[in-house]
Design a protein around this ligand. Structure first.
Ligand code: PGA
Length: 260
């Protein structure tokens, strides 16, 4: 059984007062509800401590949006996994397409970050996904497999801790254009199959595979009904308390009804 996970990736949004207000709005809507789904929030670095304090009385998970693999040193502008752990993070988003495409992070870098993340006892949320051009050229599965191999292929089953995979087609991120449940399911099933081959059937059945890319209250249900979608990584729609609370509730309901 995989516990559904609904994570909000706030990206470069939310000052501390705004973050506080958003978390309070979410708590007003979600606290006291019997949810099976885990809620996770990834604020920008400057708001991590504020959010950590606000969610101290919940079982929600604090997530970092990125980190560098070195422990400390002369790396201006970077932040380490240890620093994220110290402020209360339990998970870290790695290999997000904005990191790959805007900031030039390579597959190799993502692999090094995953290793460091696990070393610190944090759970990486490893993002993979193809561009529109790659999809149109029929390269989707190949690209995703290459990204998986470089991010996770260097891990040994026995020592690898928990990790989460997020399939985020680049053409669906921030565009309003969601992958259809069929398109998402096809890739998510391939990811699970890869995990089974590369690690073990047990690992494949236990690992949570999220979908991300224009997830909204209106489409979370049909996505969560897919057998290999265990949750969502939500960008734009996670910045609004009403909308994100609805995504959590609808996602939770769909997962329960589907026997997840
Ligand atoms: P979006 O972003 O929901 O705004 O498309 C998803 C993501 O980048 O994680």
């Amino acid at each position: 059984m995989r516990v559904p996970l609904i994570a909000g990736n706030w990206k470069m949004h939310m000052t501390r007062p705004e973050a506080r207000e958003l978390v309070r709005g979410l708590k007003a809507r979600l606290m006291g509800k019997e949810l099976k789904a885990q809620v996770a929030l990834a604020p920008p670095f400057t708001a991590l401590e504020t959010v950590a304090n606000e969610i101290a009385d919940t079982n929600w998970i604090l997530v970092g949006q990125n980190a560098f693999w070195e422990e400390k040193g002369a790396f201006t502008g970077e932040i380490s996994f240890g620093m994220l752990a110290e402020v209360g993070c339990k998970m870290v988003i790695l290999g997000h397409s904005e990191r790959r495409h805007i900031f030039g992070e390579s597959d190799e870098w993502v692999g090094k970050k995953v290793q460091a993340c696990l070393h610190w006892g944090l759970v990486p949320i490893v993002c993979v996904g193809e561009t529109l051009d790659e999809r149109e050229r029929g390269l989707t599965l190949k690209v995703v497999e290459r990204q998986l191999e470089s991010a996770l292929g260097g891990l040994e089953e026995k020592v690898a801790g928990e990790f989460v995979v997020a399939y985020e087609p680049v053409w669906a991120i921030g565009t309003g254009r969601t992958a259809t449940p069929e398109q998402a399911q096809e890739v998510q099933a391939m990811v699970r199959d890869w995990l089974g081959r590369r690690f073990s059937p047990m690992r494949a059945s236990k690992t949570r595979i999220l979908y991300g890319g224009s997830v909204k209250p209106e489409n979370i249900r049909e996505l969560m009904e897919c057998p290999d979608i265990d949750g969502a990584l939500v960008g734009g729609a996670s910045l609004d308390a009403v909308g994100f609370a609805k995504i959590v509730e609808e996602g939770d309901r769909a997962a329960r009804e589907g026997g997840k």
